[in-house]
Design a protein around this ligand. Structure first.
Ligand code: NAP
Length: 334
C-alpha cells in the first residue's frame, strides 16, 4: 500500500480511511470487529469515529477491536466532538466545557490514553473560535490529543481558525472533513483549494454518495431493501438520492466495464485521484462492501472519467444535497 502524507503533520496514512458510522448501528459488533481486523490486515492505518455515532457504540466497538487485536499503536485514531450527548444546555457544541468533558468520555469509551486526531464535527457559530481552540490546545499539551481537525466548516471558518491559532500561539487544525463525491462537487470551488493552500489534509466523507454511486439504485425500481436510502418517504434521504445520481452511474458503467472494475470502485478511485484530497473515508456496512471498496486503491483514473462526469455534474456543481439534508437552513457552511 502506498501511504500518503497527512497534511503537514509528518504522519503517513493509508489512501482510504475506515469510517465507522455504521458500527454498532446497522452493522453488528461482531461484523464491525471483522471489518476493522480486515482493514488493518490489508494496511489501512487510520480509523474515524465520533462520540455521537450509534449512541457512542461505534467508539466502544473501535476501542474493543483495538484491544482485541493489539493494534492500537499502529492506528491513527480519529474521533469527533460537537453533537448533542444529552438534553442539557451544555451537552452539545464546541465550548471548552463540552470539549474537555467529551474528550475524557471518548478516551474512556475507547479505552485509550490519547486520541490521535480530535475533530470538531461541525462549527459552533455562537462560540468564539479562540475558546474552542484554547481548549483543544490544552488537550494537546496534556497529551490527551495529538492533532486537531475540522469537519463541515466553511472555508472562511477554517481560515479564521488558522489565523486565530497563529495570533494566539495555539496548535492549529491539520485536517478537514467535508462531503465530496461525483454527485456533490461543491468543495472544488473554494474548499479544496483552501486546503491545498494551507496544507490541510482533506479526508472527505460520503465518497460514494452514501451508496448512491454503487449502481444498486435504478430508475423506476424500488430502492433496494436494507439499503441506506430504502425509505423513499424520508425527505432527508430524498435530498441525497436523486435520479441524477443514477445518471452518473449510467455514464460510468461502460467505463468501469472496460477497466474491469466496478462502478463503486471507479467512483471511489475518482475521489482518491482529485487534487487536494488526501484520503476519502469509506463507510462500509458489510465486509463484502469493504472488500469491494478497497479494490479502488488499484484503479487508475483516465481523462475519459472526468469527461463523462463533467457532462452530468460539471465541476463545482451538485445534484445531491448533503448539507441541506444535514444542517439547519441558516447554519454556516461553505
Ligand atoms: N464529518 C461528518 O459530518 C461525516 C458525515 C458522514 C460520514 N462521515 C464519516 O465518513 C464515513 C463514510 O461516510 P458514508 O458512510 O456516507 O460513505 P459512503 O461510502 O458514501 O457510503 C457508505 C454506504 O454506502 C453503501 N455501500 C458502501 N459500499 C458499498 C458497496 N460496495 N456496495 C453497495 N453498497 C455499498 C453502504 O450503505 P447501505 O449498504 O446501507 O446502503 C454504506 O454504508 C463514515 O463512516 C464516517 O466515518 C463523516
Amino acid at each position: 500500500m502506498n501511504y500518503v502524507e497527512f497534511g503537514r503533520t509528518g504522519v503517513n496514512i493509508s489512501p482510504l480511511v475506515l469510517g465507522t458510522m455504521m458500527f454498532g448501528g446497522r452493522a453488528s459488533a461482531e461484523d464491525s470487529y471483522e471489518m476493522i481486523d480486515y482493514a488493518l490486515d490489508q494496511g489501512i492505518n487510520i480509523i474515524d469515529t465520533a462520540n455521537v455515532y450509534a449512541g457512542s457504540k461505534s467508539e466502544m466497538i473501535v476501542g474493543d477491536a483495538l484491544k482485541r487485536n493489539g493494534k492500537r499503536n499502529e492506528v491513527i485514531l480519529a474521533t469527533k466532538v460537537n453533537g448533542a450527548m444529552g438534553d442539557g444546555p451544555n451537552d452539545v457544541g464546541n465550548s471548552r466545557h463540552h470539549i474537555i468533558e467529551q474528550c475524557d468520555a471518548s478516551l474512556k469509551r475507547m479505552q485509550v490514553d490519547h486520541i490521535d486526531l480530535y475533530q470538531f464535527h461541525r462549527p459552533s457559530k455562537h462560540i468564539a473560535i479562540d475558546e474552542s481552540l484554547r481548549a483543544m490546545d490544552d488537550l494537546i499539551r496534556t497529551g490527551k490529543v495529538r492533532y486537531i481537525g475540522t469537519s463541515n466548516f466553511g472555508s472562511w471558518q477554517v481560515v479564521e481558525s488558522l489565523w486565530a491559532s497563529k495570533e494566539l500561539g495555539l496548535n492549529r487544525f491539520v485536517s478537514d472533513q467535508s462531503p465530496y463525491n461525483m454527485a456533490d462537487r461543491r468543495i472544488e470551488r473554494e474548499h479544496l483549494p483552501m486546503c491545498q493552500t494551507y496544507g490541510l489534509a482533506q479526508i472527505p466523507w460520503s465518497p460514494l454518495a452514501g451508496g448512491g454511486l454503487t449502481g444498486k439504485y435504478a430508475k423506476g425500481s424500488k430502492h433496494p431493501e436494507g439499503s441506506r436510502y430504502a425509505d423513499e418517504t424520508d425527505p432527508k434521504k430524498q435530498l441525497r438520492m436523486s435520479n441524477t445520481v443514477v445518471d452518473i452511474v449510467d455514464a460510468l458503467v461502460p467505463i468501469a466495464e472496460a477497466k474491469n472494475c466496478t462502478v463503486t470502485q471507479l467512483a471511489l478511485a475518482w475521489v482518491m485521484s482529485r487534487p487536494g484530497v488526501t484520503a476519502p473515508l469509506v463507510g462500509p456496512r458489510t465486509l463484502g462492501q469493504l472488500q469491494e471498496n478497497m479494490g479502488a486503491i488499484d484503479v487508475e483514473i483516465d481523462p475519459e472519467v472526468d469527461e463523462a462526469l463533467d457532462g452530468v455534474v460539471p465541476p463545482g456543481e451538485h445534484v445531491a444535497e448533503y448539507y441541506e439534508a444535514s444542517f439547519a437552513p441558516n447554519d454556516h457552511r461553505w
